[in-house]
Structure formats: structure tokens, C-alpha cells
Design a protein around this ligand. Structure first.
Ligand code: TYM
Length: 334
């Protein structure tokens, strides 16, 4: 790791199908950061078990997501790529941060409230503690920048608050991280309800493009996507559905919104939706092919994960030792 470069950390939960929103809002932005920053990209499996998982599926989803990170441009020779549960310090720091987190502030978290509503039969401590574990993920690596979508800003704010609170109480220990939220794509909306975000857990399959969808499915979902009342392909607050499609088109085709508006002027929604589907397929298909190839190469993925966990643990152990010293734990006799 280069000591002069700033540190970037981010992660995705290996829960269900990874969406076009996860890609456009987060993963897609990770590769280009690798030359300028020390990057750590983590598959956050410990977060996933805050809602019920089938063990075999979680294991498969986790390895698939490791392969997907690489297929989307994470280069393991440049970045640390690892699985959260492979680095025990995440849970250990989480415990210490728990003791400076207030139940009131965790209770107010939007995602906690949403998930509690959705999983009313399983409002477990982990669900409430989720943002504290996320803060531990980030603070362990003295992270400067966290590239995420808009829905994670509140969690990031908590991570910043906990870093400052710990620093104030125990003296300077953590870097206070900043979010890196890109202007375009940070909140991709549902194809069936442009006022809510595209979400992995949406029960309506037509609302979500999975990165694993085949071309026909992608085309069909865009065809069925809801539109706005007039027939003009224009970006604007009064046109949330078309604006969402224009954002997706712009990010996948490389054209600006203005160029796209001109291209589809007077063409109606049918032609436009087909073009959005084509642009998405052109991006997603090579990722799928590369992911499939990588999944078949288990030995390679395991070697990446071994190196990634070792690299991460070296940094994490250092931070945790510092934290343990500050809070007054007797150092382990070696
Ligand atoms: P997760 O797994 O829900 O989502 C992963 C990333 O995808 C972004 N995202 C979106 N971006 C744009 N439009 C959408 N519709 C959309 N849906 C999701 C998310 O903002 C996120 O960047 N708590 C995190 C995982 C996590 C984490 C961390 C992230 C755990 N520890 C430390 C950063 C740093 C989460 O649930 O992401």
C-alpha cells in the first residue's frame, strides 16, 4: 500500500441478485479509482445475515459477487478484494463502536425502519446494529473516501459521527471518512415506480434489472417500464420515469443526457426504451461472460481472497490494537 495515497473502501451485500442500481450507483465507479487511491473492496457477508439467508445460497452469492467485482473492473493486483467474515476485526471493532452508539440514533435510521417493516417477524439486534458494523468496516482501514449510492449517505453520516465521537472521547484515532456519491446514477429508480429506488428485495421482478438477466429479459423489462404522461423523451423533475431511463441510457451508452434527448426527439417511447435496453445489454453481457469465466476458476478466486484478506487484516489489526489500547484493554501477552 502506498502511504501517500488516500484510502477508498466500499462494499456490497451478497444478498440475492445484484441490480443495475448497485452497478451504476457503486461498483462501476470502483475500477477507475484504483490508480489514484489505495482501494479496498469488500463483500459484506456479515451484513447479509441480518435478514434470513439460506447458507448454501449465501456462500454461492458471496463467491459470485467476488467474481462480479473483478468482472466489473476491480483489479486484484491493484486493490484489496476480500470477504468481510475473513477479517475478524470487523466484528471486534463493531463491539467497541457499539459502546459509543446510541439506541436512539440507530432507531432513527431509515433503512432500519424500512427493513423492520419488511421483516416484522425478524427485527433482530443485527438489523439495528447494521450501521455500526458498516462504520467498523470503514473506520478499520482509516478510510478517506467511500464510494456509494445515495441510500447509504445516512449510514456514512453515522460512521463520521462515531469516528468523531471516539476521537473526542479517547483522542485522535480514526480518519473521518467522506462519502463519494457521483452526481449521475447514485439513485437508480424502480422501473415500475420511479419514485422509489431500484432494490434487490423488490418482489416485483419487472421493477428491477438484475445484472444476471439475459438480453431478452432486459428488453422485456424495459418495454414494460412505466413512463410519464406525455410522449416526449426529456429529462426533468416532472418526468421521473423518463429521467430515470435517460440516466440509465446515458451511463451505459456514454452519451450525455442532452445528446440522448436530441437523438430521441420526436421518436416516442417505444424506440427509446429499445435503445435503453440495447445500451444496457451491451454493458452487462461482457460482464456476465467474464463473471462466468471467473466463477469457473475457483483456484484463482481463492488466491485473490487469500491475498485480499491478508492485506486487509494487516491494516485492520493495526487499527484495532490502537483502539484497544485507547479504551484501556490490557495488551495480549505474546
Ligand atoms: P447494498 O448492498 O444495499 O448496495 C451496494 C451499493 O449499491 C448502491 N445502490 C444503489 N445505487 C444507485 N441506485 C440504486 N437503486 C442503488 N441501490 C443500491 C448502494 O448505495 C451501495 O453503494 N450497507 C451497504 C453495504 C456496506 C458498505 C460498507 C458500503 C457495508 N459496509 C462499507 C460501503 C462501505 C449496503 O447495504 O449496500
Amino acid at each position: 500500500m502506498d502511504a501517500i495515497k488516500k484510502t477508498v473502501f466500499s462494499g456490497v451485500q451478497p444478498t440475492g441478485k445484484i441490480t443495475l442500481g448497485n452497478y451504476l450507483g457503486a461498483i462501476r465507479n470502483w475500477g477507475p479509482l484504483q490508480d489514484q487511491y489505495n482501494c479496498l473492496y469488500c463483500v459484506v457477508d456479515m451484513h447479509s445475515i441480518t435478514v434470513s439467508q439460506v447458507a448454501a445460497e449465501l456462500r454461492k452469492n458471496t463467491m459470485d459477487l467476488v467474481a462480479l467485482y473483478i468482472a466489473c473492473g476491480v483489479d486484484p493486483t491493484k486493490s484489496g478484494l476480500f470477504i468481510q467474515s475473513h477479517v475478524p476485526q470487523h466484528a471486534e471493532l463493531c463491539w467497541v463502536l457499539d459502546t459509543i452508539s446510541y439506541i436512539g440514533e440507530l432507531n432513527r435510521m431509515t433503512q432500519f425502519k424500512e427493513k423492520s417493516r419488511k421483516h416484522a417477524d425478524n427485527i433482530n439486534m443485527g438489523l439495528m446494529n447494521y450501521p455500526v458494523l458498516m462504520a467498523a468496516d470503514i473506520l478499520l482501514y482509516q478510510t478517506d473516501l467511500v464510494p456509494v449510492g445515495k441510500d447509504q449517505i445516512q449510514h456514512l453520516e453515522l460512521a463520521r459521527n462515531l469516528a468523531e465521537r471516539f476521537n473526542n472521547r479517547y483522542s485522535e484515532t480514526f480518519v473521518v471518512p467522506e462519502g463519494l456519491v457521483f452526481k449521475q446514477g447514485s439513485s437508480i429508480k424502480s422501473l415500475q415506480d420511479p419514485l422509489s429506488k431500484m432494490s434487490k428485495s423488490d418482489p416485483n421482478e419487472n421493477a428491477v434489472i438484475s445484472l444476471m438477466d439475459d438480453p431478452d429479459t432486459i428488453a422485456r423489462k424495459f418495454k414494460r417500464a412505466v413512463t410519464d404522461s406525455d410522449t416526449v423523451v426529456r429529462f426533468g423533475e416532472d418526468k421521473p420515469a423518463i429521467s430515470n431511463l435517460l440516466t440509465i441510457y446515458s451511463l451505459t451508452s456514454g452519451e450525455t443526457i442532452e445528446q440522448a434527448e436530441q437523438r430521441f426527439a420526436g421518436q416516442g417511447y417505444g424506440v427509446f426504451k429499445q435503445a435503453v435496453a440495447d445500451a444496457v445489454i451491451a454493458v452487462v453481457k461482457p460482464i456476465q461472460d467474464e463473471q462466468r469465466r471467473l466463477i469457473a476458476d475457483k483456484a484463482y478466486l481463492e488466491s485473490v481472497l487469500k491475498a485480499g484478506a491478508e492485506q486487509a487484516e494487516r491494516i485492520a489489526a493495526k487499527t484495532l490494537a490502537k483502539v484497544y489500547r485507547k479504551v484501556g484493554f490490557v495488551p495480549k501477552i505474546r
